[in-house]
Design a protein around this ligand. Structure first.
Ligand SMILES: NC(=O)c1ccc[n+]([C@@H]2O[C@H](COP(=O)([O-])OP(=O)(O)OC[C@H]3O[C@@H](n4cnc5c(N)ncnc54)[C@H](OP(=O)(O)O)[C@@H]3O)[C@@H](O)[C@H]2O)c1
Length: 300
């Protein structure tokens, strides 16, 4: 089969399309014929060698955590529990998903009406959004400030918070203000004077740093308590008394919750752009530029 691989850490040009052995579904896993793979910032962070503590890598390495596709192998012990069958259309999380075949460790049947491209954009962002809303401890009726609200994780946070009766104030670039409002948030731009603009929109009970843009002191000031702030993008957060959330996979029912929200029309992550598998390097460069609305996706 063909897959994207890199043999050294570095820029997007270390990614190459190579011939590789097909992976197989071990116990408790399934294999899919990948139709689309989600592009997450962690994918290029791993490629650059930035996050080796959380994601140990043996070179040469494959790329990609999220995918949607057609089940073609079911590992031992899976039947009867998750009830998945050969030929089912599923989306989920696994390893080396920028490939023609990939093994998934968590999956769910795709909701009706979703394309493979759309489905590939959900798994990691929904898991992250559910995890950090829980960790920041925001309750219905309260107001959550989200710094960097228009990306993949922000898009999921805004919609899940709205569903739970939480008011959201989101920051994003000028081009994404209407997008945030369309997701039910109060919106303002980041940059010079943003703290005052947020104050004018309302009192802030809790805050999420999704952009890693160095605003944690201001988020602490706005909430009045470092324990009411969580970051997923600034490793310096703990030095400021703020929790860094990085334990991916700690919301086991995230995909089931995603299916429920999508099926009820309460959650939609737009695809900013689709790329053929051969253009994985361009997808990484575009993601790294830091202004993705929703998710970028590779089509296999
Ligand atoms: N620790 C974890 O478990 C975990 C999990 C998932 C993601 N992450 C990390 O969290 C970050 C966000 O992930 P993502 O998938 O949502 O990223 P993304 O889709 O690339 O979105 C990034 C967003 O940040 C906004 N942004 C750019 N510069 C900004 C600034 N100075 N102030 C405020 N917002 C700014 C952009 O908005 P505009 O386009 O409007 O400028 C864009 O929508 C990434 O760094 C990723 O690596 C961590």
């Amino acid at each position: 089969m063909r897959k994207i691989s890199f043999a050294e850490f570095g820029g997007p040009d270390v990614l190459h399309l190579v011939e590789a052995e097909e992976p197989h579904a071990g116990p408790g896993r399934i294999r899919i014929a990948v139709r689309a793979a989600g592009v997450n910032p962690v994918d290029w962070r791993i490629r650059e060698g930035q996050v080796l503590g959380a994601h140990p890598v043996t070179l040469p390495a494959g790329v990609g955590l999220d995918a949607a596709g057609v089940v073609d192998e079911v590992g031992e012990g899976v039947e009867g529990v998750e009830g998945v069958e050969i030929g089912d259309h599923v989306f989920g999380e696994g390893t080396d998903t920028y490939a023609e075949f990939a093994v998934l460790s968590a999956w769910a049947r795709m909701p009706a009406g979703l394309t493979f491209e759309e489905a590939a954009g959900y798994p990691s962002v929904v898991e992250t959004a559910l995890r950090i809303i829980r960790e920041v401890g925001v309750r219905p009726g309260q107001t959550l400030l989200v710094s960097g609200a228009s990306g993949g994780v922000g898009s999921a946070v805004l919609q899940i918070a709205r569903e739970r009766g939480i008011t959201v104030i989101g920051t994003a670039g000028a081009a994404n203000q209407d997008y945030l409002r369309g997701l039910g948030a109060l919106a303002t731009t980041y940059g010079e004077g943003w703290v005052e603009r947020v104050r004018r929109l309302g009192r802030v009970d809790a805050a999420l740093d999704l952009a890693g843009s160095g605003v944690i002191p201001e988020l602490v000031e706005l909430t009045g308590d470092p324990r009411k702030v969580v970051s997923i993008a600034d490793l310096g957060a703990p030095q400021l008394g703020v929790r860094f959330s990085g334990a991916a996979g700690s919301v086991p029912d995230a995909l089931a919750e995603a299916v429920d929200l999508i099926s009820r029309g309460r959650l939609h992550i737009p695809v900013e752009k689709s790329y053929p598998l051969t253009e994985a390097a361009a997808a990484h460069a575009d993601s790294r530029a830091g202004h993705t609305r929703g998710r970028r996706v590779l089509v296999v």
